[in-house]
Every structure is written in structure tokens, then in C-alpha cells.
Design a protein around this ligand. Structure first.
Ligand code: IMP
Ligand code: MG
Length: 237
């Protein structure tokens, strides 16, 4: 389901914690749109797995809300397990992945449905699917809530996609910036000023700013190339 630009007028202001309000430029996907689309994805997945038991593998932590809603739409027997993977970026180098939580369930012979919050460059899902393939599942399919197609490096397509979104840094509904904003009930657009000031600040300031993301007035439209240094689950911007 393609979306062209954030609806800046649709703010649902009461649902945004006061400390986060000034950091968002708008809501990209509302709660109602999320639920409608997730129900449709659930129906598509259910059709593809008739008569099969599925092992749902979810990547922490960005999938927490999406997974909870998706699971309720899957009417077949399944097991759920979690993998932890973080992207670390430094300067202009591309990020490298660190696995920090391994699966505990047996993958061999299982029909794996890999769930992630957002497909961006594709690096994470390429690495995770390679790791899972080595464990000899019966099949692997991937499901992502969001797909920033224009950011892809190389080829990688998910089997089930909630929304194709433009190149904007989004937070909420599980997605974070510096581990914050995950509790917003919708997908919102983070103002570039929130992360560009952090990225450009000297190291000691950046550490403080990560605890309480800084807000300034400047607003831009697209996400710049990675800069500065950030280590964390999001790894970007
Ligand atoms: P990829 O490896 O470049 O495809 O990045 C995937 C990961 O980057 C996702 O699982 C997210 O954790 C993170 N990510 C990418 N874009 C965004 C965003 O707009 N908001 C929050 N996290 C993002
Ligand atoms: Mg992630």
C-alpha cells in the first residue's frame, strides 16, 4: 500500500506525549490504517500457510507492537521466538550488525515467518535470512510493516509488506529513535532537526542528547546520509 507524504494536519495531538510533540512533523500512518492493513496481511499469510505450523521469528525491539497485532490475525498453530540484532554506524561507514539475542527454538524443518518493523537498506534482513537458512528451515518468508524501497542497497524484497513509505525517518508503533518514541500508537515522522543536532554535536553532547533527544526549529524533508556516530538498535540516522 503506497503512501506519498505525511499528512501534517492529522496530529491527534492528545495521543502524543507532550515531550514528544515538538519532535514530530506529522502522522504518516494512523492507528486505524495500521489495523486495517495488518488484518489484510494476516489474511494473506493465513492463505499461504494452510495446514502448516509456522515458527514466527521476530526481530527485537522494533516489532513489539506490530507483532502483537499481527499474531492476533493469524488463525493457525504457531510458535514465536525472538532474535536481537542491532546496527552500529560510525561516520560515513555503513553499519555493521551485532546479534545480541539468539533463538531458543529449533528452526530445522520449520516454516519460518521472519517479522521485522522496517525494511530499509535490506542489510538486516539479508543477514538474518542467511543466518536462518544455515539452520535448515523448511521455508522462510519475510514480513515487514514498512518498506523504504528507495533506500535499498542491492536487492531484497519482503514477501509481505504493510506500507511502502518515502524516505523519511519514522518513529512510533514500535519504531524508535535512540530507544524512544516506541509507545506512540501511530507511525509518525521525526523532524530531521531532532537527529541532525545530535549527530553534529561533539561526542559528550551526543551522549546527553541521546538520553533526551534535542528539539530545534529547523524542519527538512528527507533523511540525509548517515553521519555522526550512533550506536543503538536503530543505528540511524
Ligand atoms: P536495514 O538493515 O538498513 O534494512 O535497516 C533495518 C533496520 O533499521 C530496522 O529494523 C530498524 O531498526 C532501522 N530503521 C530503518 N529505518 C528506520 C526508521 O525510519 N525509523 C526507525 N528505525 C529505522
Ligand atoms: Mg529493527
Amino acid at each position: 500500500m503506497p503512501l506519498s507524504k505525511p499528512r501534517l494536519a492529522d496530529t491527534l495531538i492528545r495521543r502524543i506525549p507532550p515531550s514528544h510533540r515538538a519532535d514530530l512533523s506529522g502522522i504518516l500512518i494512523s492507528e486505524a490504517e495500521l489495523q486495517t492493513r495488518i488484518a489484510a496481511i494476516g489474511r494473506a499469510i493465513a492463505k499461504d500457510y494452510v495446514g502448516k505450523e509456522v515458527l514466527v521469528v521476530s526481530l527485537l525491539s522494533g516489532t513489539v507492537l506490530f507483532l502483537a497485532d499481527l499474531l492476533r490475525q493469524l488463525p493457525f498453530p504457531l510458535r514465536v521466538d525472538f532474535m536481537g540484532v542491532s546496527s552500529y554506524h560510525s561516520g560515513t561507514e555503513s553499519g555493521h550488525l551485532v546479534f545480541n539475542k539468539e533463538l531458543k527454538l529449533e528452526v530445522k524443518g520449520s516454516h519460518v515467518l521472519l517479522v521485522d518493523d522496517i525494511l530499509d537498506t535490506g542489510k538486516t534482513l539479508r543477514a538474518v535470512t542467511a543466518k536462518l537458512e544455515a539452520l535448515q528451515p523448511a521455508s522462510i518468508r519475510t514480513c515487514v510493516l514498512l518498506d523504504k524501497k528507495e533506500r535499498r542497497v542491492g536487492t531484497f524484497e519482503a514477501d509481505y509488506v504493510g506500507f511502502v513509505i518515502p524516505n523519511l525517518f519514522v518513529v512510533g508503533y514500535g519504531l524508535d529513535y535512540a530507544e524512544r518514541y516506541r509507545n506512540l500508537p501511530f507511525v509518525g515522522v521525526l523532524k530531521p532537526s531532532v537527529y541532525s543536532e545530535v549527530a553534529e554535536a561533539p561526542e559528550p553532547v551526543r551522549k546527553v542528547a541521546k538520553k533526551a533527544p534535542k528539539v530545534s526549529k529547523a524542519v527538512g524533508k528527507s533523511i540525509p546520509a548517515k553521519k555522526g556516530k550512533k550506536a543503538g538498535s536503530t543505528g540511524r540516522p
